[in-house]
Write a protein that binds this ligand. Structure first.
Ligand SMILES: C[S@@+](CC[C@H](N)C(=O)[O-])C[C@H]1O[C@@H](n2cnc3c(N)ncnc32)[C@H](O)[C@@H]1O
Length: 385
């Protein structure tokens, strides 16, 4: 395992809660946590960590404000506070993000673009969201603003593009809400560029738009999805459902594995558009995508007695819900593969499935998708045989 220097900001910034521990110790702690929570439910395989647990994040969000000298800074709020910790370099983020943020700070100062003051409801730049492709090196930059236009907006965009030819999209999200959410509900508007980046995952190409979900650690996402596919054992005759499918990653990998038919269900319209284009881009004609609430759709499918051999679900941190889980039991797939970024809601949902059906947990596989933080992903296989 590669040696790395500990981050000097870890204690102040608070995003990397485990930075004080060596990486092997972090993996041990995560393993113990999963064991305490899920150990009674089924066998747990050793956690899959990274060889080099640094510079892995390809999605970066920074908040803008001022330091005590009045200079424009960007960073993150200290956990649970409104105290902005200025960050110039982060050891878990892709290095291009630090460079782009530095340029934005310099250009904003030059063009007298101010940081948005949430309490006063006054100022321009509130946050910047950056998404980077490891494969192509391209980047999307979303300017989250309380006011638009910002001073010299055209010159600012031209100068940013010139400084970073890697940026292929610059977009705007207006956010004047009193909220901790970075993006508001107002649709993101592309100001310049093609509107997406392309990433490679498990030998497929994926288009990622500014608002679509995509795993932030691409290297570990490949590990996660490969393990999920191994659990799913997809056969040539299998009908597969990928619920909460995002841009279609799991669905399309299952389609490539040779499933007869794959249906992806996702509630974010832009992500569904991306998923459809991703199917075309990868010449996969055995996958379809619909924009719907996963619980509503699965309930309809169960009512219509639709066939499903393998059901993947990869819900947000809040987990799935009883309507979805009850419909999954009724649909009776041969295998359920549950991918979760929150062991607590995973535990809650698994207990529901075990209580109200004959499904048994056959395998639990933790994957360290977020080294140095307290977060992790877990894949679980359930069958009723
Ligand atoms: C953890 S992400 C998983 C995405 C995808 N499987 C991947 O790995 O890229 C969860 C996804 O669920 C979607 N989502 C949230 N609530 C939903 C719902 N009720 N019905 C369908 N999709 C939902 C989100 O938009 C997001 O794309």
């Amino acid at each position: 395992m590669k040696r790395y220097a500990k981050c000097p900001l870890a204690r102040t910034c608070g995003a990397c809660q485990l930075m004080d521990y060596s990486y092997p110790n972090q993996l041990e702690m995560k393993m113990r946590y999963v064991d305490e929570l899920l150990g009674q439910l089924g066998p747990i395989a050793p956690i899959q960590g990274m060889d080099d647990p640094t510079l892995y994040r390809t999605k970066v969000q920074a908040t803008f404000g001022y330091d005590w000298k009045g200079s424009l800074v960007s960073g993150i709020y200290q956990e649970g506070t409104h105290l902005l910790v200025p960050i110039r370099s982060c050891m878990v983020q892709h290095p291009l993000a630090d460079e782009i943020l530095k340029s934005i700070r310099n250009l904003a100062t030059r063009f007298q673009i101010t940081a948005y003051d949430e309490d006063e409801g006054y100022g321009h730049l509130r946050h910047v969201l950056i998404k980077i492709s490891r494969k192509t090196g391209e980047a999307i930059v979303v300017l989250v603003c309380g006011q638009w236009p910002i001073p010299s907006s055209d010159n600012f965009i031209a100068a940013l593009k010139q400084k970073h030819p890697e940026i292929t999209t610059i977009a705007l999200n207006m956010n004047r809400e009193h909220t901790s959410m970075v993006l508001s509900e107002i649709p993101i508007k592309v100001l310049w560029g093609k509107g997406y980046i392309e990433e490679e995952l498990c030998s497929l190409t994926f288009r990622i738009s500014p608002s679509s979900f995509f795993q932030v650690n691409v290297e570990q996402a490949q590990v996660l999805y490969s393990l999920a596919m191994r659990m799913a054992r997809i056969g040539k005759e299998d009908v597969v459902i990928d619920a909460y499918c995002g841009t279609g990653t799991i669905a399309l990998i299952a389609a490539k594995e040779g499933a007869r038919y794959v249906l992806g269900i996702e509630s974010n319209e832009q992500a569904v558009e991306d998923a459809k284009l991703n199917a075309e881009r990868n010449n996969l004609t055995n996958a379809e995508f619909i924009c719907a609430d996963a619980s509503v759709e699965l309930k309809e499918m169960a009512k219509a007695k639709r066939v499903c051999d393998v059901l993947f679900l990869d819900p947000p941190r809040s987990g799935s819900d009883e309507r979805f889980l009850a419909a999954a039991i009724k649909l009776a797939p041969k295998r359920i593969v549950y991918i979760s970024c929150n062991p607590r809601t995973l535990d809650r949902d698994l207990r529901y499935l075990l209580r109200f059906s004959d499904y048994q947990v056959r395998g639990i596989q933790p994957v360290d998708m977020f080294p140095h933080t307290e977060h992790l992903e877990t894949v679980v296989l359930l069958t009723s045989e």
